[in-house]
Design a protein around this ligand. Structure first.
Ligand SMILES: [Zn+2]
Length: 97
């Protein structure tokens, strides 16, 4: 499986680390809503089709990205930086895009 890093280009999936579901929203840290925390920590979707995921190019530029991957075919339709300012940080660190 190839993943196209927004900074480094297409790379083998072995260079990347799956960081989790990109759809989860963390409850307010001060919240004592146990159901919300339980769902955040243990609740997982298992979609058949496109899924928003967070990946890190851990064997390359180490940037986090949002990837839309089809869980049936592993086809990746989108890979964008997880944060808008990461491109500027990557350039400051000398990572070529
Ligand atoms: Zn990269």
């Amino acid at each position: 499986m190839l993943i196209t890093c927004p900074y480094c280009g297409p790379r083998d999936a072995i260079e990347f680390t799956y960081q989790g579901d990109g759809n989860r929203e963390r409850p307010d840290p001060a919240s004592q809503d146990l159901d919300a925390w339980n769902d955040y920590v243990y609740g997982r979707l298992n979609p058949a089709g496109d899924h928003n995921e967070i990946w890190q190019h851990s064997g390359g530029c180490r940037m986090h990205m949002r990837v839309v991957r089809n869980t049936l075919t592993h086809a990746i339709s989108s890979a964008v930086p997880a944060r808008g300012d990461t491109h500027a940080r990557a350039k400051r660190r000398g990572v070529k895009s």
